[in-house]
Design a protein around this ligand. Structure first.
Ligand code: NDP
Length: 292
């Protein structure tokens, strides 16, 4: 397949996307605000567009990977007319609302729009472990471009709502930061007694976290059924007390509890509401309807 593709934005991620398209033999046109970031790609056969409009007109498929949606609109709004009849895959990170607004904007311009969330770092783009979530009104464009998109990683279309890919992406990354934040906290705590991060990580931390993710399907079942007192693994009344020891020990070692405190608060609230016998998964109930 030699479908021509344009990539707008050649930061760490955009450059990796363009590189993968080139490696797969696609005719690839690139544009970046700071033009010299295109040099290595041009050296590999990419065509450099002098302007955004030239870049957009060069291909039926336009992949956008800029810092944020402000940048997306700054770049695309002035060339809106050139987008008519093309397929736009916007892989810029943003909120569901931004994705839906941009889908509406694109619809008025007469272009096919699909929003996306890249679940990978640049180094693994094009590898088996990379996947990209897509959603939006342009399902036909997604199907037509699937072979091209699969070059970046497994391509998963999740629905017609342009905001859904973003919602899933942000939820997954929120979970990732919780996990990684917990790991950074643990490493800081053991470091106070001279335990080396690499030893701790290889021998204990990664095996333990890997084993604990196995409990998530059980919690998911409790959440889906709303039955938090069935097959309880560890009652909140007990965990609330044990958790205080994690906080106390961290403070005794001179380590901040900034990452721990929110969880204590959630458990305390659920127990205060009279649910000490619930499993840990009931913190999900406390989280509901708390946004502003
Ligand atoms: P970089 O900071 O490396 O690159 C940002 C890009 O946006 C550059 O091409 C930059 O142009 C461009 N840009 C920023 N502001 C403007 C503007 N006002 N007008 C025109 N161009 C602008 O970021 P990444 O490439 O790493 O990330 C790009 C997107 O991919 C982000 O939304 C990010 O969240 C997402 N992503 C990144 C991942 C990663 O691991 N890197 C993982 C998953 C998603 P210039 O070179 O001129 O500054």
């Amino acid at each position: 397949d030699t479908t021509a593709v344009t990539v707008l934005g050649l930061g760490n991620m955009g450059a990796a996307l363009a590189d993968a398209f080139l490696a797969a033999g696609h005719s690839t046109t690139v544009w970046n605000r700071t033009a010299d970031k295109a040099d290595p790609l041009v050296g590999k056969g990419a065509r450099r567009a002098a302007t955004v409009e030239e870049a957009v007109r060069a291909s039926p498929v336009v992949v956008v990977c800029l810092l944020d949606y402000d940048a997306v609109h700054e770049v695309l709004d002035p060339v809106g007319g050139a987008l008519r009849g093309r397929a736009v895959f916007n892989l810029t990170n943003g909120t569901p609302r931004q994705a839906r607004d941009t889908a509406g904007w694109a619809g008025k311009l007469g272009c096919e729009y699909v929003d996306g969330g890249i679940m990978a770092v640049p180094q693994i783009i094009g590898s088996e472990s990379a996947f990209v979530l897509y959603s939006g009104p342009g399902k036909a464009a997604f199907e037509a471009g699937r072979e091209l998109l699969e070059v970046l990683g497994s391509a998963r279309f999740v629905g017609d709502d342009a905001g859904l890919a973003s919602l899933l992406d942000l939820a997954l990354n929120g979970a990732m930061y919780g996990l990684l934040g917990g790991a950074m906290h643990a490493i800081a705590v053991v470091g106070t007694e001279g335990v080396k991060a690499q030893d701790f990580s290889a021998e204990l931390l990664v095996p333990y976290l890997t084993s604990m993710t196995g409990i998530i399907p059980h919690f998911a079942r409790q959440i889906d059924t709303g039955e938090y007192q069935v097959d309880v693994v560890a009652a909140l009344g007990m965990q609330q007390v044990g958790y205080r020891n994690i906080r106390r020990a961290s403070l005794d070692q001179g380590i901040s509890t900034d990452l721990l405190d929110p969880m204590q608060s959630l458990m305390d609230r659920r127990v205060a509401d009279g649910f000490a016998d619930d499993d840990f998964s009931a913190v999900a109930e406390v989280l509901k309807n708390s946004g502003t």
